[in-house]
Design a protein around this ligand. Structure first.
Ligand SMILES: [Fe+2]
Ligand SMILES: [Fe+2]
Length: 202
């Protein structure tokens, strides 16, 4: 399958490799699918909370409403896959990565900065999901699952660009780009921390 332009954009990001997903053979399928299921759930929830928080922003509401449905559909697909394989949806793990990202968000007083950070953090999480799914689509033994993850990869790449475009709809491009570079640099630091601490998925 040809990679979409969106996906090529993601690859052009040159994100440092996520150490949590390097050793695929060492992670159980149940853990991969459980972790994935909660990521989809959180994506849907975050879109709902953005709509609630920024209900006055018509374009945001219009763009994110269908994403909620899509992410919830992803959650259901993963759940279906667990059931099909007689695997269980495990418990939600503490997400060090997302918690560390949240610390970087501008707080209080600066409404525009806070808004931009919420969107860019989501863009980063989507880009990272896309990278993870690419790795799974290339590295898993099971051909069916490789295809399963290829489809997710395309979809999350589309979400990544949507969050960037939404940012640029409300805030000038130069500000968005500058802050995006700061996010990328900060995220690279988190990746190093995770690697050193060994916060892997098991
Ligand atoms: Fe998704
Ligand atoms: Fe997504």
């Amino acid at each position: 399958m040809e990679l979409s332009d969106h996906t090529k954009n993601i690859l052009g990001l040159k994100l440092p490799t996520d150490p949590r997903w390097v050793d695929l053979a060492g992670i159980s399928l149940e853990a991969i699918l459980t972790d994935h299921a909660y990521c989809e759930q959180k994506a849907a929830l975050t879109c709902i909370s953005l709509i609630q928080r920024f209900s006055d922003k018509d374009e945001l509401v219009k763009q994110l409403a269908p994403i909620v449905t899509e992410e919830w559909g992803h959650f259901r697909l993963v759940l279906q896959e667990l059931t099909r394989r007689n695997l269980k949806l495990g418990t939600q793990r503490k997400d060090v990565y997302v918690n560390r990202l949240m610390e970087f968000q501008q707080k209080g007083g600066h409404e525009e900065g806070w808004f931009l950070d919420r969107l860019l953090m989501m863009a980063l999480i989507e880009a990272r999901s896309c990278e993870r799914f690419k790795r799974l689509s290339e590295g898993l033994e099971d051909a069916y699952l490789r295809n399963f993850y290829r489809r997710f990869m395309e979809s999350e790449a589309g979400h990544y660009t949507l969050f960037i475009e939404l940012s640029e709809h409300y805030i000038d491009k130069e500000t968005v780009r500058k802050r995006w570079q700061e996010w990328l640099a900060y995220e690279a630091g988190i990746m190093q921390e995770i690697e050193i601490r060994g916060d892997r998925i098991h």
